[in-house]
Design a protein around this ligand. Structure first.
Ligand SMILES: [Zn+2]
Length: 290
């Protein structure tokens, strides 16, 4: 199997993006891996701090190992939004392909110092692991935000100079700049009435200034046309989580309502699995044919 770095370089050359989807249990994990395999494209499965705690680090590594063997295909794992050196080292030991070290809530200089320390520590454990750094806080978690709250906090965008300095001083392999997306959705985004927009020019400027591999967090609710332009401008990984969680919950609710007497637990997840797969398929088709 090619490494994640090989897959990213290939995506960068072809101006396509690799989809990143979170999972917190086996139903979503298998649905996501299954669609990637069906489409014949690489995929990154991300596990946030809460998701890692829920499944277990060694359990994640074992599950992915088995899925890689059973399904074939390029399935990579990311420790998403790691906030401490201890968690970063744990991810490196567990065999993750990538970790997102997130000190973006700290002032810029502290973010650089903490990220550089993490890069040095994890590469000493596992030289092949890739590290992504974050500039600019874009909210945390995939909750549904109130409209007013979302509108009241315009988030500053990363500048090309900040991006260049961060890359030089931290030694990260990938960068996630703030370019207009936020984690989570608002009710009007959830209903499809409003879509999130990206600053595509800023993405192009950062790519031009750095040549770096770039990741977009908080991709849920983004207009398709913005994704197309942003991927052509140089985005290499796109994160989708809230859309999956919404699909999962709605699928589960529909299943429970349709079969109130069903008690065979694995049968309760049929609709949740189908709904997650549908989101993943739609997003992967777009990211791989922008
Ligand atoms: Zn994120």
């Amino acid at each position: 199997m090619p490494t994640l770095l090989d897959a990213l370089k290939d995506a960068d050359r072809r101006h396509v993006a690799i989809g990143h989807f979170n999972a917190s249990e086996l139903v979503a994990l298998k649905a996501e891996a299954g669609v990637a395999r069906e489409l014949g494209v690489p995929v990154i499965i991300g596990f946030s701090e809460g998701e890692r705690a829920f499944i277990g680090m060694r359990e994640i590594a074992a599950l992915i190992g088995a899925i890689r063997e059973d399904f074939g295909g390029e399935i990579f794992i990311n420790a998403d939004h790691v906030h401490s050196l201890a968690s970063a080292e744990e991810a490196a030991r567990a065999g993750f392909d990538l970790l997102v070290f997130d000190a973006s809530e700290s002032p810029f200089a502290e973010n650089i110092a903490a990220t550089r320390a993490a890069v040095e520590a994890v590469k000493a454990i596992r030289p092949a692991i890739l590290v992504e750094g974050e500039i600019g806080y874009i909210g945390s978690g995939s909750q549904i935000h109130a409209e007013a709250e979302a509108a009241a906090r315009p988030l500053p965008l990363t500048t090309p100079d900040e991006a260049r300095q961060f890359l030089e001083e931290t030694g990260v392999d990938l960068l996630s700049p703030a370019v207009g997306s936020t984690h989570g959705l608002t009710p009007s985004m959830l209903s499809g009435a409003v879509q999130q927009h990206l600053d595509v020019q800023r993405i192009a400027d950062i790519k031009q200034a750095t040549g770096a591999l770039l990741t977009l967090h908080g991709g849920s609710g983004t207009a398709d046309e913005d994704f197309r332009r942003a991927i052509k401008a140089g985005l290499n990984i796109v994160h989708i989580n809230t859309e999956l969680r919404v699909a999962y919950r709605r699928g589960l609710e529909a299943e429970l309502a349709a079969h109130p007497d069903e008690v065979v637990t694995y049968k309760l997840y049929t609709e949740a699995s189908r709904a997650v797969a549908e989101v993943v398929r739609r997003r992967l088709q777009l990211f791989n044919n922008p």
